[in-house]
Design a protein around this ligand. Structure first.
Ligand SMILES: C[S@@+](CC[C@H](N)C(=O)[O-])C[C@H]1O[C@@H](n2cnc3c(N)ncnc32)[C@H](O)[C@@H]1O
Length: 283
């Protein structure tokens, strides 16, 4: 006869026992540390990603691993956070945003910011860097901006992806989605099958590790924030707080770009929808 305890331990009956209680603890720690809500169907994913840590630490049981991160072992908590984030991204992902930037938003900013000659854009949840590099490539395509003060801030919670983003190196297949007009911003190495973002694009961007739920050191104002495919992992309350803070740090009538499955409906009334997941702050 299989006891209840054994059954629970066998939720995922593989190398390490992970009980319902372990998963609840993991879920709680993840929420506290990142705002990410892990639903039941993420159990297998969480198991797969964390077992590597258990092996590395020579820990046999998830309950012992939970003890470790609950007691705020800072180094391990950082590995844990990096393990549970989902970092899927691509160059010029949801390209209609970059088309809008090129055809409407930047020409508008060039007129509106003519006095200050300053542009600030934030890629919040930048993952491995494809999003901020896409933004910088569009900015660089405007010769009128040559003597302007133009900066892109790119931040993510996951320190591994920020390090990768900083390097600007990508396997050749990752750059397939870069439109032909922007390919000249990359250097190719056929031997290693790697592409490297050129310094002329990199110079626009500052990469930083930042938890969006913590206090922000930067003051803004930003002309635009890209926060795409990040809040899908957050609950309603966290979204409300975050979008309110975005409205505060955006310039008057600043722009907000969100992911294809994200909407501000019932989340914030401080933005007007321009369609296609593009929003403008209400004045
Ligand atoms: C799916 S990626 C989206 C990347 C890019 N914005 C895009 O749309 O292609 C989501 C990113 O949000 C980051 N993230 C999740 N929670 C975060 C938090 N609390 N603070 C900052 N970044 C967070 C993850 O580390 C991950 O790299």
């Amino acid at each position: 006869m299989v006891s209840t305890i054994n059954k629970k331990a066998q939720i995922i009956g593989r190398e390490f026992p992970m009980t319902d209680r372990d998963f609840t603890r993991i879920r709680h720690i993840a929420y506290e540390a990142t705002g990410i809500t892990l639903s039941d169907h993420k159990k297998n994913m969480v198991y797969g990603r964390l077992t590597r840590r258990l092996r590395r630490l020579n820990i046999d049981r998830f309950c012992d691993y939970c003890d470790l991160i609950e007691h705020r072992d800072a180094q391990e908590l950082s590995y844990f956070v990096n393990a549970i984030t989902t970092n899927l991204t691509a160059f010029f992902r949801e390209n209609h945003h970059f088309e809008y930037m090129k055809n409407v938003f930047i020409p508008e900013l060039i007129r509106e910011n003519a006095a200050t000659r300053r542009i600030r854009i934030w890629s919040a949840g930048c993952s491995t860097g494809e999003e901020p590099y896409s933004i910088a490539m569009v900015l660089k395509s405007f010769p009128q901006l040559i003597n302007w003060d133009v900066k892109v801030l790119a931040t993510d919670l996951d320190s591994d992806v920020v390090a990768k983003a900083k390097s600007g190196d990508y396997p050749m297949m990752r750059i397939d989605s870069v439109p032909r007009e922007y390919k000249r911003n990359l250097q190719f190495d056929n031997e290693t099958e790697q592409a490297r973002v050129k310094d002329a694009v990199k110079k626009f961007i500052t990469f930083k590790q930042l938890n969006l739920l913590h206090p922000w050191k930067m003051k803004g104002p930003f002309d635009a924030i890209f926060c795409r495919n990040v809040v899908i992992y957050f609950d309603m309350n966290t979204r409300k707080l975050l979008f309110n803070r975005y409205a505060d740090i955006l310039s008057e009538s600043g722009m907000l770009f969100v992911g294809h499955s994200e909407s501000l409906q019932k989340v914030s009334d401080r933005f007007i929808s321009l369609g296609k997941t593009i929003y403008r702050k209400k004045t």
